[in-house]
Design a protein around this ligand. Structure first.
Ligand SMILES: *Cc1c(COP(=O)(O)O)cnc(C)c1O
Length: 375
């Protein structure tokens, strides 16, 4: 029997969440952001469920190629654009649209030989200071691109740093709107957080939205809002089983570093899941602060440190849980139970994005049956 850990991808939930993106931005076309192997879900696995999107946005040219091999003939956008001049050859060959965010990328285009002119997304650095032309340099970059025979349409794009938080998008939006006021072209502004939280702002309505994390059933602004608030469904389950139990007496400790000490008689279970599976090692299992886990669909908590291949859970309230019991690290558990990935991420001091993307290659992943069922 293989080690009992596995991850499930819920295709119906991906499709549901994509519909939520559409509903939140009814006048826009939706890029399904599938970078980082569709946030750890696997592009090939997510593709059928997300092919109702208007296009796929990603970074990696190999992933763009994979989408073409899967049969996708619609738009594909490279969010970081070309990394070197010869990337443009693949863009020409596979009809990839690409972001232009620095001067060298314009130089490469000017030297590029192509039959079909490229569609580009010109990125403005409106305040995040990651990628893009400053508002002052933007117009000059636009004019240069506009004059190139290698370039067809130029869409205008920026990215918000605080769409999920208190600061919001007003400042960056104002910068973008002012600097692009008289430029023609489609607009592409919002990520998931801006799409969900700032939909009422008329200025943020654009031709395209870039939906990432919301497609994968994690709330971009947790804990301000959770997935239930945004009506998003979990798309990934990580589950395993108990492979041992231990009976502790007062004073007994658990795991490396003996960070958890039993205060009285207590039963614990050992789960076949550790940080080498992608479970966060920094998830706390302390008396005063712990991380939620489901055993047989019932919520309990981590005890002690996460080790490479195992972690321990409190079975005090679960006298029936024996070796073989189903353990849900996040996602769907038995009997309709769920453990939102955001609850686990928050307890571990990180975000759902990181947990999904960190799922380790040694964990077998498969598409779940339509309804999340018990094994
Ligand atoms: C990753 C990414 C997105 C998607 O962001 P989410 O928060 O996952 O919705 C959108 N735009 C750009 C430029 C990105 O890199």
């Amino acid at each position: 029997m293989p080690r009992p850990i596995e991850a499930l991808v819920h295709a119906d939930a991906l499709t549901h969440n994509l519909a939520r993106a559409r509903a939140a931005a009814p006048d826009a076309r939706v890029w399904a952001v599938v970078k980082a192997a569709a946030y750890g879900h696997g592009i090939a696995r997510a593709y059928e469920a997300l092919r109702g999107a208007d296009g796929f946005a990603l970074l990696d040219l190999a992933e763009a190629q994979l989408l073409r091999e899967l049969g996708w003939r619609g738009p594909i956008l490279l969010l970081e654009g070309a990394f070197e001049p010869r990337d443009l050859e693949l863009c020409s060959r596979l009809n990839l649209w690409h972001v232009v965010h620095h001067v060298a990328q314009i130089d490469w285009l000017a030297m590029h030989k192509t039959q079909a002119p490229h569609r580009v997304f010109l990125k403005m650095n409106s305040g995040m200071n990651r990628l893009g032309f400053t508002p002052t340099a933007y117009r000059g970059a636009w004019a240069r691109l506009d004059a190139l025979p290698q370039v067809d349409e130029i869409a205008l794009m920026t990215h918000f740093a605080d769409a999920d938080g208190e600061r919001g998008i007003a400042r960056q939006l104002q910068t973008f709107v002012e600097a692009t006021r008289d430029l023609p072209g489609e607009r592409c502004l919002s990520n998931s957080a801006a799409t969900l939280r700032h939909a009422a702002d008329a200025q943020v309505r654009a031709d395209w939205v870039r939906a990432g994390i919301m497609l994968y059933g994690s709330a971009p602004d947790f804990p301000s809002h959770d997935v239930a608030h945004w009506d998003l469904r979990p798309t990934m389950t990580l589950r395993s089983r108990l492979i041992a139990t231990q009976q502790l007496a007062a004073g007994d400790c658990v795991g490396y570093g003996s960070t958890y000490t039993a205060t009285g008689p207590m039963r614990i279970g050992i789960v076949a899941c550790g940080y080498a599976d992608g479970y966060p090692r920094h998830a706390p299992g302390l008396a005063e602060r712990s991380t939620p886990v489901l055993v047989n669909g019932r919520r309990t908590r981590l005890v002690g440190r996460v080790s490479m291949d195992m972690l321990a859970v409190d079975l005090s309230a679960l006298p029936d849980a024996e070796v073989g019991a189903e353990v849900t690290l996040w996602g769907h558990g038995p009997q309709g139970s769920t453990l939102p990935i955001d609850d686990v991420a928050h307890a571990a001091g990180t975000i759902g994005y990181e947990l999904m993307c960190a799922l380790a290659p040694r964990v077998p992943v498969r598409l779940a049956d339509a309804a999340p069922a018990a094994r």
